[in-house]
Design a binder for this molecule. Structure first.
Ligand code: CUA
Length: 305
């Protein structure tokens, strides 16, 4: 049988399948051990044997058989494992990334073919083998969405690559898995796997320029955004900040603060009122805004679909 067919290597489930084969093997060995313990305990129980039982000092044929079997099974699984590792880890010499992910205390995702930049919610087309490029903007982070496979460190100054595929549509949760500071535990990832059409539509929406504010409140919010130097860190189509997440289509995301809070007006209001209260140690400063200013800024940012 072809190894590829056996492991279904064309499918992303390669690690999953390998794991299942290991579990089956372990279950068989466990079953045999339990069976023989019970079988011989009954067969040679005290009441059946009078005096000193027969003393057995080994059985050469059986030992050769058991050693040869163990060597063969181990060799077979070694080949499967090496094959799976090669399949997963083979990265072309000049990889062309589908998504460039940079770890900050949040996740920046850039789709180089269309120049879409977003944060925390990573959209991917279902069933497509994607090349991820991973690096860090500050300290070491680690990318891990368990249901979608591998974990990969994100190291400042080093660019790592990995293949990434979701075979079923849906939302997959992950988290940073390298201690990176006070809010490490809240550096979560949400991967949204959708049909190619939905993905293309999402991308087309993200490529549009930011919606111009239409209400009085939102217009005031936009002015505040510029006056309060928010744009030094946050990009809203035109500005050039890259320290905090891109906000051009902020309201199109369901969660914010690295998947920590639902993206609602109330949560956004609380966040802007006192960022350190919500997320201690975050780089976002407290601008000490009045209630009126808060309302305006929230109205503006929340209009950015
Ligand atoms: Cu980023 Cu832990």
């Amino acid at each position: 049988m072809e190894l590829n067919t056996f492991l279904r290597l064309t499918d992303i489930g390669i690690v999953k399948h390998l794991f299942i084969y290991f579990i089956i093997l372990a279950a068989i060995i466990f079953g045999l051990v339990v069976f023989f313990v019970i079988f011989y305990s009954i067969k040679y129980r005290a009441s059946k044997v009078s005096g000193t039982p027969e003393q057995n000092h080994g059985n050469r044929k059986f030992e050769i058989f058991i050693t040869a079997t163990a060597v063969c099974v181990t060799a077979f699984f070694l080949v499967l494992t090496l094959h799976a590792m090669q399949e997963i880890q083979t990265i072309p010499e000049n990889p062309v990334p589908d998504i460039e992910i940079t770890g900050h205390q949040w996740w920046e995702a850039k789709y180089p073919d269309g120049n879409v930049i977003t944060a925390n919610e990573i959209h991917i087309p279902v069933g497509k083998k994607m090349m991820l490029q991973l690096t860090s903007g500050d300290v070491i982070h680690s990318w891990w969405v368990p249901a979608l496979g591998r974990k990969m460190d994100m190291i400042p100054g080093i660019t790592n690559h990995m293949w990434f595929t979701a075979s079923e549509p849906g939302e997959y949760l992950g988290s940073c898995s390298e201690f990176c500071g006070m809010q490490h535990a809240r550096m979560r990832i949400r991967v949204i796997a959708q049909s190619q059409t939905d993905f293309d539509n999402w991308k087309a929406e993200q490529l549009k320029s930011a919606i111009a504010p239409s209400t009085e409140k939102a217009i005031m919010g936009k002015q505040l955004f510029e006056q309060k130097t928010c744009a030094s860190c946050h990009n809203i189509a035109g500005a050039n900040g890259r320290i905090g997440p891109d906000l051009t289509h902020f309201a199109s995301r369901k969660w914010f603060l690295s998947d920590f809070k639902r993206n609602t007006i109330e949560n956004l209001h609380d966040w802007l009122k006192d960022p350190q209260q919500i997320k201690k140690g975050v780089k976002m400063p407290d601008f000490i805004l009045s209630d009126k200013e808060l309302d305006a800024l929230v109205a503006y940012i929340h209009s950015l679909k």
